[in-house]
Design a protein around this ligand. Structure first.
Ligand SMILES: Nc1ncnc2c1ncn2[C@@H]1O[C@H](COP(=O)(O)OP(=O)(O)OP(=O)(O)O)[C@@H](O)[C@H]1O
Ligand SMILES: [Mg+2]
Length: 457
């Protein structure tokens, strides 16, 4: 969360080639959240986020930027597709549910940081319970209700000795546990689950219920005790989880999660161009227009009811993205356009971009295939002229047919290595060199034949 804009951009650079303008503006927007957290409270209220609209052709990195940003910021972040919503009142998911999703995301962030805080204590308690399981307390000596007086003193002496011995044994076991010497012993864990009807949470509209039905059912549903044998190692994980839940205040976590979502939450709305209605309005189009209308208050700032309490969306950052192939941003409702003041355009990818996409990112396509072939003990070597040729074909096919951006590289690579992927396990040859000739041999025919390439590439 403390990343500077420059650091954010350089993290994004590891995965996404080019598109500097888009990277810069998301980086600044993220940093501005951090800045806002640090100004006076009175000023804080005034500063609202500047929402971003990313516009660019298909397959040039819009969604990819969002995906990478999500793992980077440490802030509550969700990515949703505008197309999955329907207007309130129609059957389907209403837009308010995106805010609920954001809070869920915040909740899991808060929960895991709280878990981290109580971890030591939870581990200690879990180990203590393991000691208990491995060495149950000694049974009290029998004939307790024997009314022979003389015997009683002797009995309790014996009990005392037993309990001293027991304590000593416990200490030994505790030591051994801590040293990890008993990891493979088996213990029986009794876990309680309750038969909760799952239908409740899946019913449309149920998410918006004022209180948590799921939780209510969990309270009243019959308990189901099951005994499971596990190794000490597995049991410890299980018990740590149980104990940390005991140590964490649920209310505190929920309040913190709502606050986090309100102040630092980011909602990425993908495919926003798909909710533009076409000229003639009917059927699905009417509903799309409705989705835009439903989005307005949420983007502008409103209060949404969630099962964790009311959530204000005034300071949630929205980033929208769309290809706007068939429509323009100006086809969106004017009110909605105005709520995304920062516009960034992503560029079409060039052949040079393709070369870099193929080779530079940490998980680039060539590296992926190399890793896959490695499992068959085959070394895959990409020569620069081979890469060049691949990029060339990708670019050419994009020009000749539909421009699907970097996704074209996927289809071309798949075609290139189709034969090898099939034959690999049976091959004697342990080194395959992909140079310009290799590429040409396998792609040229298909890319020349327009009909063929329509299907294959
Ligand atoms: N600039 C880029 N650098 C690296 N990889 C890229 C780049 N652009 C696209 N890709 C790759 O191409 C694939 C498709 O990209 P992405 O999902 O970001 O497209 P998009 O811009 O969201 O398109 P659409 O409008 O169709 O949703 C991704 O797997 C991504 O890794
Ligand atoms: Mg996309």
């Amino acid at each position: 969360m403390d990343l500077t804009p420059r650091q954010i951009v350089s993290e994004l650079d590891k995965h996404i080639v080019g598109q500097n303008e888009a990277k810069r503006s998301v980086a600044v927007a993220v940093r501005n959240r951090w800045r806002r957290q640090r100004v006076d409270d009175s000023m804080k209220k005034e500063i609202s986020p500047k929402n971003i609209m990313m516009i660019g052709p298909t397959g040039v990195g819009k969604t990819e930027i969002a995906r990478r940003l999500a793992t980077l910021t440490g802030a509550p972040f969700i990515k949703v597709e505008a197309t999955k919503y329907t207007e309130v009142g129609y059957y389907g998911r209403d837009v308010e549910s995106m805010v609920r999703e954001l809070v869920e995301n915040a909740l899991s962030i808060v929960r895991s940081s709280e878990r981290e805080k109580v971890k030591d204590e939870a581990v200690r308690r879990a180990n203590e319970r393991l000691v208990e399981m491995l060495l149950p307390p000694p049974a009290r000596s029998k004939n307790l209700n024997d009314d022979d007086d003389d015997d009683e003193d002797a009995q309790s002496d014996e009990d005392l000795v037993k309990s001293v011995r027991h304590e000593r044994n416990r200490a030994k076991i505790r030591k051994m546990l801590e040293k990890g010497l008993m990891e493979n012993r088996t213990v029986s864990i009794i876990s309680e689950t309750r038969a909760v009807p799952m239908i409740m949470s899946n019913m449309p509209g149920m998410e918006s219920m004022e209180f948590d039905f799921q939780e209510m059912f969990e309270k009243i549903a019959p308990r189901n005790r099951t005994k499971r044998d596990m190794t000490v190692k597995e049991a410890r994980e299980f018990l740590i989880e149980q104990e940390s839940d005991q140590l964490i205040s649920k209310d505190k976590v929920q309040t913190a999660a709502v606050e986090l979502a309100e102040n630092l939450g980011i909602i990425f709305i993908d495919e926003i161009d798909k909710i533009v209605a076409s000229e003639k309005q009917h059927g699905a189009d009417v509903s799309r227009q409705g989705v835009q209308r439903d989005l307005l208050p949420i983007v502008e700032g409103t209060t949404i009811q969630t099962k964790y309490g009311y959530v204000k969306t005034d300071h949630v950052l929205f980033i929208a993205a769309g290809a706007f192939h068939r429509s323009k941003p100006s086809d969106l409702m004017p009110e909605l356009q105005g709520r995304f003041p920062i516009r960034v355009e992503l560029n079409d990818l060039t052949k040079e971009d393709f070369i870099r996409i193929l080779t530079e990112p940490n998980g680039s396509l060539t590296k992926q295939y190399q890793a896959l072939m490695q499992t068959e003990n085959i070394e895959l070597v990409f020569k620069p002229n081979g890469i060049d040729m691949l990029a060339e074909y990708a670019f050419a096919v994009n020009q000749k047919m539909q421009n699907i951006g970097a996704r074209r590289l996927y289809t071309i690579m798949e075609r290139l290595l189709e034969e090898l992927s099939f034959e690999a396990p049976d091959m004697k040859q342990k080194r395959v060199i992909i140079d310009a000739d290799y590429v040409k041999q396998r792609i040229d025919d298909v890319s020349k034949d327009e009909d063929l390439s329509k299907f294959i590439l």
